[in-house]
Structures are given as C-alpha cells and as structure tokens.
Ligand binder design. Structure first.
Ligand code: PEP
Ligand code: MG
Length: 563
C-alpha cells in the first residue's frame, strides 16, 4: 500500500510485518529471480569469435567468483555445494562446448544454452549424484546469461556496498549466506512473521520486514529507510533525518546490548534463556550470548543443500560441533530431530508431490515412511552426546498424538538421552497433561502452533494478521500447556519466534513457561525486559494478554501492565 500524498512528492511508504527490529537506511538492491526477456532480446551479441569468447570468460569468471565469495561466508554443506558450482562454472569442457558452437557461427547466448544443455544431457545419463548437478548447471546458465546481458544474477548476489536487500521471497539457503555487514536490512514481498526468512534474519540480527506489498516496485539504487519496528519502508526521505533516526535506534540498541544476564525478575525468580541455532557456527556465536544453552537446534537447516542423507558418523560430527559449543556446568542443548517437509524441503527426506505439505508428511511423520531415517539420526545424536560433556535433550517436531510422543520418547531414552516433544499441533496442547506423562519436557513451537490453530499458512504474506502468536486462541493453548507443565513438575519452554518478543516474553513467563529459546541476537532485549519486571507483573501481563480480544489489544494491555 503506497500512502504518499500529493504534498509529499517522491515520498512513499510501503507497509509490512516487522519481524526483526531495527532501523536501516541504504540503497535498494533488488533480488531478481529470472533474467528479464527484454534484456535478452536487446542483447547485441558479438562481431567475432574472439570477442564472444572474451565476454564468455569474463562472465564465467564473475559467476564463479560470486559462488566462491558465497561459499566463504557459508558453512558446512552449503560451502561444499557453492564451491562445486564455482568449479563447474570454470569447467574447461563447458567452455569448449560453448566455443565449438560459437566457432560454428552460433550467437553467444545460443551457444551457452546449447553447451549447457549438452552437459545436462551427459550428467543426466550418468545418473545418481551427477544427475542432480544438472539443476546447478541450469542455475549457472541463468547466471551467465544475466552477466552477459548486463543484469544482476538471479537469486541473492552479495552486494558490494552496504544495501537494503529487497526480494519477492528468499529461500532459507539464500538467506543463510547473508553477511550482516553488507546487508543492512531485508525486505520481502511475501512471507509472514514466522517464515524461515524471518527466522534466519533474526539469527543474523538483520532488521527485516516481510509481507511488504509492492516492494519489488522499488527503484534499484534509491535509498530507503527501513523501520523494522513499525514495519515500514520509506522512500524519498531526507537522508540526514533518516541517518539520525538510524543512529538513535543504534544507540538505544547499544544500551540493551550491554545487558549481560543472568535473566531474573526483580524479585529474583530466575528465567532460563536459551538460543535457537542452525549449526556449529551459529552455536559458537550463540555461546557468547547470555544463555544457559540451546533450546532449539534445527538439525534440518544443516542439510538444506544435501542431496543424500549424511552417514551416522557425519551426523555425529555435525551435532558434536553444536554440543561442544555449550560444554560446561548447567548448560544443555535441545536437539530437534529432522523437521523436513513443507516449508523446509530436504532432498533426501521430503516426500514429493504432496497436495498440502504443511498438513502432510512432515517432521516426525516422516519416520512412519522411513523409520531408518529417525533411527540413524538418533544414533548420530547419541554418538555426539557420548563424545561430548554437554547434557543433551532430544525432541521431535510435529507431534499430534500421545502414541507418537510415547514411541519417540522410548527410542530416545533407549539411547540414554532426555526425551521431549514439541507442541506445534493444537491436539498436543489440548492433551498436554497426558503427553507429559510419557515425555520429560515440552517445547512449544509457536510458529506452527499459530499456523495450525489459526488455519493460516505461516508463509502467506496476506495472512500476517492471523499468523500472530498474540492471537488469543494461541495464547490460550500456550497457557494450558504451561499449566500442565506446572502440574507435572516438568519443564515447558517456548522456542518459536514468540519467545523473541520482549513484551510477549513477560506474559509467557507469567503463564508458567519455564524457558524461552530464541535467536542469539534477540536474547539481550528479552533478558533486559524480563529483568525490569516482577513475577507479579508477569502474571498480570499473562492475564491481560489472555483477556484481550485481539493481538493489538493484547499488546496494548501488556504494554500498560509492564510500563
Ligand atoms: C515453531 O514451529 O515454532 C518452531 C520453533 O519450529 P520451526 O519454526 O522450525 O518450524
Ligand atoms: Mg515448527
């Protein structure tokens, strides 16, 4: 929605859902997904073979360097895939295939297309892993063509100068490699507060606004002020005024950043703050935050780029990195088993062609079709746990029944580990007392609990008002689950994005939630907020939030209680 008025010529404000707080001012860098047909048509081509091949070499060099730079910033499997793509782009055989066609009189773009097609055919005929590289070749072709016609490469290109990245949407793999030093803010047209773009942006501490209608219409290179607290993207603003606002926000944030924990209410009730991590690197980073451990290790994020299931030994090494980052007295790590499927497709696990993947074979449900997958993962986790000194808890995603919880817990306990399940499906919240009879702990995934309670796709940008954990129906289920935990004397944490909202965190603690797990970047703001209130205030905040008729009223009511 553009809300500029005639009086403010050039000034326009787009609105979306703020998901990672912060302000940023910088030039727009649009993330294109396809090379525009007009640019291809307008491409003049080359007069002779030599100049065509010189242009090809320059384009291949630039594309390969892009992959290499991205690989250097990524970690684990992502680095391997990106490095392999850089090698493939520089491949002499591929260049020869293009050169032969150019020498035969073909225009360069046609020669590139046919040269790549020849390799795709060869790889496809070889089958197995090589066949899977055909997709990478097609990606390389699009990037080469973009470079040749003078357009930005499709997908996320790391900006050379600090920029505001604007995209229709971002895949988790795209977002994972972003560098917070050059990406000032993220703005996407699609996606809600609980999309994985938002989750990874929070992990990286990059201000982010999602569901911004019209964002892709922003002029590349023009400076915009992103206010990821209010959820606005303003163009045509005075540069000095915008810079002053960004500086003021940075100063306020620095004050919160000096909070060092441990988290406790003013009357001395301790609150466990934990980190959400994706791999060894993010765990080592999180270990520097004032947290007592990891409340959610999303193991599937280690495997986004993997085509084949890693062996038990490889898995143990990957999980061990996270456990080792949290070695020490009273620290622990909650490892979540693969949550593949739906918005997190994993090549070796996800079922193809599901009609409705969010309600399909996702998370723990995958183990029904492929029981070995879960068993091998549990073996990998157990091997990592026995090789490390860190206390290891294991939980399953997408649990809907008591039988699922019981069976999972038996498998985890058989390996000597503490067993829990996530509460993401309303049925698990409604049965919390009975689920707690068969597990050691619960962890509420508010992102999916909200999606399934409100019947609203967490990725749908136009449903952001429903995919809001402040919805009273969601809060009722959280409160009921927390109360069951108190009755059973077992821990019930929150590890969805709701835990990262300082105001909501106060209400959650008031409901009886025993731990809050969030991106490391969000911990200090939550800890500072909790340390400024008493446990009576937390309880009053919980009551106010639960009594409110809608999210906005809930936020206002809790703000009034807290201030
Ligand atoms: C959740 O659903 O709240 C959760 C923590 O799991 P994920 O976001 O990874 O689906
Ligand atoms: Mg979930």
């Amino acid at each position: 929605m553009v809300t500029s008025s005639a009086a403010e010529v050039g000034h326009a404000t787009l609105r979306g859902t703020p998901v990672v707080p912060g302000l940023a001012f910088g030039p727009v860098l649009l993330v294109a997904h396809e090379v525009s047909p007009a640019a291809v048509v307008a491409y003049a081509g080359h007069d002779d073979v030599e100049s065509a091949l010189t242009a090809y070499d320059a384009a291949a060099q630039a594309v390969a360097e892009g992959f290499t730079a991205k690989a250097a910033r990524a970690s684990g499997a992502a680095t391997e895939v990106l490095t392999a793509s850089a090698g493939l782009t520089r491949d002499k055989g591929l260049r020869q295939a293009v050169a032969t066609r150019v020498e035969g009189g073909a225009p360069l773009l046609e020669a590139v297309h046919e040269g790549v097609a020849q390799f795709v055919d060869v790889f496809t005929a070889m089958g197995g892993l090589m066949a899977e590289r055909a997709t990478d070749l097609l990606d390389i072709e699009r990037r080469l063509v973009a470079r040749l016609v003078g357009e930005p490469e499709p997908g996320v290109v790391l900006p050379e100068a600090a920029s505001v990245l604007v995209a229709a949407d971002l895949a988790p793999a795209d977002t994972a490699g972003l560098d917070p030093d050059v990406v000032l803010a993220l703005v996407t047209e699609k996606g809600g507060a609980t999309s994985h773009t938002a989750i990874i942006a929070r992990q990286l501490g990059i201000p982010c606004v999602v569901g911004v209608a019209g964002a892709m219409g922003l002029e590349p290179g023009t400076s915009v002020l992103v206010d990821a607290i209010a959820g606005t993207v303003e163009s045509g603003v005075d540069a000095d005024a915008a810079t002053a606002r960004v500086e003021a926000d940075r100063a306020a944030r620095a004050a919160t950043d000096s909070w060092t924990g441990p988290a406790a209410t003013t009357d001395g009730v301790r609150v466990k703050l934990l980190a959400n991590v994706a791999d060894g690197e993010s765990a080592r980073h999180a270990a520097g935050a004032p947290v007592v451990g990891v409340g959610l290790f999303r193991t599937e994020l280690c495997f986004l780029d993997r085509r084949d299931e890693p062996s038990v030994e490889q898995q143990a090494a990957i999980y061990g990195e996270v456990l080792d980052a949290f070695a020490g007295e009273d620290r622990y790590v909650v490892v979540r088993t693969l949550d593949a499927g739906s918005d997190k497709p994993i090549a070796f696990a996800t079922l193809d062609d599901e009609e409705n993947p969010a309600l399909g074979v996702r998370g723990l449900r995958l183990s029904v079709h492929n029981p070995g997958l879960l068993e091998r993962q549990l073996d990998g986790i157990a091997a990592a746990a026995s090789a490390s000194a860190t206390e290891t808890w294991v939980m399953a995603p997408m649990v809907a029944t008591i039988a699922e919880a019981r069976e999972f817990a038996e498998q985890v306990r058989a390996r000597g580990l503490k067993a829990g399940v996530m509460v993401e499906v309303p049925s698990a919240a409604l049965l919390a007392d009975r689920v707690l009879e068969v597990v050691d702990f619960l962890s509420i995934g508010t992102n999916d609990l909200t999606q399934y309670t409100m019947a609203a796709d967490r990725l749908a940008s136009d449903l952001a008002h429903l995919t809001d954990p402040w919805q009273p129906a969601v809060l009722q289920l959280i409160a009921a689950t927390a109360a069951a935990g108190q009755r059973a004397g077992k821990p019930v944490g929150v590890c969805g994005e709701a835990a990262a909202d300082p105001l909501l965190a106060v209400a959650l603690i008031g409901m009886g939630i025993t731990s809050l797990s969030m991106a490391a970047a969000a911990v200090r703001a939550v800890g500072a907020q909790l340390s400024s209130v008493s446990s009576d205030t937390c309880r009053a905040a919980a009551e106010a939030a639960l009594a409110a008729p809608d999210p906005m009223a809930g936020r206002d009511a809790v703000r009034a209680v807290v201030s």
